[in-house]
Design a protein around this ligand. Sequence first.
Ligand code: KG4
Ligand code: ZN
Length: 359
Amino acid sequence: MILAIETSCDDSAVALLDLGGKPLFSKLASQVKLHEKYGGVVPELASRKHLTSLPLLLTEALGHPAFSPEKLTGIAVTYAPGLIGSVLVGLSAAKVLAWRFQVPLWAVDHLEGHLLAPFLDNPSLTFPYLALIASGGHTHLIVAEEVGQYRLLGKTMDDAAGEAYDKVAKMLGFVYPGGPIVDKIAEAHDEVSVQFPIPLKGKPTLDFSFSGLKTAVRNEATKLDLLVKNAPLMTFEAFQESELSQDRRLLGVVKSFQEVMIQIVTERFKKALKITGPMPLALTGGVACNRGLRRGMTEFAARRNLDFFVPEPKHCTDNAAMIGLVACLRAKKGEKGIDDYFRLNAASKSPLSLMETER
Ligand code: KG4
Ligand code: ZN
């Protein structure tokens, strides 16, 4: 059994998995309420909150009927990338637990967790597959060849996809994280009012760029007098109760942005498939919760007769089950966890060879 810890950003998460990678317990303490009014995660608040949330989750996991010290074979923990203070809280707890139970520690790259997360809910997924990790911090298009063997085809040159959702939502007056709010509004409205430009269209690249799109949305919002600068940010519930929920200008901008995001993502897969040849497709990371994108990708894959895999929403956003899964899959390959873990350090950047694009 593996005990897994994830604290790289604003959620504390703990999971227990059997060695086949099946989650036996998986729980998360969300910090959304703490950060929403700031329009983004405040790193210092996040790490302090982990200090109080993580021990409660660990107490629950260690007291869970599925947990047994004799069966525990390792502790898996995110050691990079992320907010360094937040990562350090989880890593320190993991080291102490590894020492207490005298088991090895599995140092897991958060990106690898997202990349392999589709296996948690899709037993029929096999390597190789073409995946887009779309989260609040990363937008990476990757061919997953094997456990530990990844080929990066493209990544964002500026903001991540989730960041684009959050920033567009914020400029329209919504709290953090704005992605789920855009999703809800777009699902309930069908009128596209603007065709926003598709970034890097016609360029020979598999990279992403969202800053131009963000500016285009800002310009449109300014033109329609929808740009929110200093007013307090609004939750989805407050929006629903306000007159704005009937404002067709606002609804149209949100829907148009959502539609262009679907076009951007499916266009990238289309282009990548020309290089990789047909293979199963996967969408993962927090943005993969987005219903428009899930539908868009399902239809895209069906038209090409390709399988498409996406984790359940709880495994798209940050969670500890995906971190434990990486350890399980690596152990299955015969790899060993780390025994001299007290020397291990946290890192804010991903050490996986995924930071540079191979061409
Ligand atoms: O993977 P994740 O939980 O954390 C990171 O590793 O960054 O992703 C969080 C991101 C946020 O930007 C959030 O707005 C976005 O995922 N997100 C969504 C949806 N749910 C979460 N974006 C669009 N539609 C959603 N339904
Ligand atoms: Zn993440």
